[in-house]
Design a protein around this ligand. Structure first.
Ligand code: COI
Length: 356
């Protein structure tokens, strides 16, 4: 697959770029990457084409049985004007991990990164430059075979689309309010929780819809069996600082292995901040709050970056964290992570991949 030529067809008239404050995920660039898979031929016909609707058979497996995976990463304009990516190889590795779970054929990770770089070179002018903005990158694969039997598809499309974005939450980087979910569950052991697949997000919509009416940004999911142990928030992994120690739920098969989560762990180790990955219950968080040792709560994700949590609500009780303000560890992580991503500070971890 790496030897394949990427065919490029540019659009004649470019779109108007959005003006004003950028929101998350509403506008899309001039071009997209697309390639096809068919049983015998494997992945073939990689091309960059004008951004456009695609035609699929109504019987395509993705519509009926949700055989699909996706990724999320970002491109940033650095201080020197160049465009750069953050750990993109991790996203394509995770895409293949999700492919395994969803019985989708692997993509060539090296080739996918080459294709992404080529697409971004073409769309360079779409990478926004205002504070806190970036170009969100959405690689995804859908099962396109027209067949109503419940079987893995023999045909797929791999696509990459790009969207200039601002902050994910309407609160921007201010602390968000999160409701701990007691009725619904996101994932169970042995399920698809650790794959980045549409079904996990579809199953989260109802709980989120209910709590959003009360002003909550998202829900915090508990484990699917006992509903005791903390898993993750809808679009981010979650960290707690209790009595000087940072704790995050250990990856257990039902939690998404976040790339920002991994980067945060690396930064904390580097700074010699005590940090533990382990099972942690909501009762332990409530107790830490009662005895005054719950210092900070924050979420991590590509879209969410580092999002401080100012309030957790569980079983009808509000737990206000750090007076509803951003804590020092969340702030230092945010400043360092975004400093590296936007080329404002040195990258001691080798995370940055330049486009040029
Ligand atoms: C990301 O952080 O890129 C995600 O995939 C979360 C998303 C569902 C908005």
């Amino acid at each position: 697959m790496s030897k394949q030529e990427i065919n490029v067809q540019l659009r004649k008239t470019l779109k108007e770029k959005p003006t004003g404050e950028l929101q998350f995920g509403h506008s899309f660039t001039d071009h997209m990457f697309i390639m096809d898979y068919e049983g015998e031929k494997g992945w073939h016909d990689p091309r960059i084409v004008p951004y456009q609707p695609i035609t699929l058979d109504p019987a395509s497996i993705v519509f009926h049985y949700g055989q699909t995976v996706f990724e999320g990463l970002k491109a940033y304009v650095a201080k020197d004007g160049s465009v750069q990516l953050f750990r993109p190889e991790k996203n394509f590795a995770r895409l293949n991990h999700s492919n395994d779970r969803m019985v989708i054929p692997h993509i060539d990770e090296v080739f996918a990164l080459e294709a992404l770089k080529k697409l971004i070179e073409i769309e360079k002018d779409w990478v926004p430059t205002d504070e806190g903005t970036s170009l969100y990158i959405r690689p995804f694969i859908v099962a396109t075979e027209a067949y109503l039997g419940v079987n893995p598809s023999n045909e797929y499309k791999f696509m990459i689309i790009l969207s200039p974005v601002g902050a994910y939450y309407k609160e921007g980087m201010n602390p968000v309010k999160i409701a701990v979910e007691n009725n619904y569950v996101r994932a169970v052991k042995g399920g698809t929780g650790e794959a980045k697949t549409a079904g996990n997000y579809a199953s989260s919509l109802m709980a989120q819809e209910i709590v959003s009416k009360d002003g909550f940004a998202q829900v915090l999911w508990l484990d699917g069996v006992e509903k005791k142990y903390i898993e993750e928030v809808g679009s981010m992994n979650v960290f707690f600082k209790i009595n000087g120690e940072v704790i995050t739920p250990a990856l257990n098969g039902s939690i998404l292995p976040g790339i920002t989560r991994d980067s945060v762990l690396e930064m904390l180790h580097h700074w010699e901040v005590p940090v533990t990955e382990r099972r942690i219950s909501m009762a332990e968080i409530a107790e830490a709050h009662e005895n005054g040792t719950l210092e900070e709560v924050f979420g991590t994700g590509t879209a969410a970056v580092i999002s401080p949590v100012g309030q957790l609500t569980w079983e009808g009780k509000d737990y206000i964290v750090n007076n509803g303000e951003t804590g020092p560890i969340a702030k230092k992580l945010f400043d360092t992570l975004t400093g590296i991503q936007y080329g404002r500070i040195e990258d001691p971890f080798n995370w940055i991949v330049k486009i040029d």
